[in-house]
Design a protein around this ligand. Sequence first.
Ligand code: ZN
Ligand code: ZN
Length: 148
Amino acid sequence: MDDKVLSIKNLIERKGYKFTKQKRVILEELIKSNTHLNSKQIYDKVKDRKIGLATVYRTLSLFSEIGIVKEINIDGVSYYELKMYSKKPLHIHFQCVKCNSIIDIDDNNLNLQYLKICREIENKNNVDIYDIDIMLVGICDKCKKAYC
Ligand SMILES: [Zn+2]
Ligand SMILES: [Zn+2]
């Protein structure tokens, strides 16, 4: 078993849940994909292995509750990306209104600035920030070019 899978398995079991074959298959797809997927897209990847859509929904909501995945809501649809072991845990999202693609804006310099802003907000308001969830909406590079 992969290191990531193994430690996530341990986490799931520590939280009192069984690490079923279905959970493992869904988890491996999330690790492999390295992008944002909605329940239907994940279901399409696992349905050949006899996993139903309801199981996909249940598993994703559990993963999100435990903090294994991050859930992003766009126009009422939830998208999921791996949060644990992500190479870019801190990033903002850009959504294109034309093609609906979601782009990760991940820039080291920007990330440092977020961290600074977070520290400032924490200090001024006496809160602890666990996560940043920013969604920018506009037109992506590809669509801009298509309209020129
Ligand atoms: Zn676009
Ligand atoms: Zn992302």
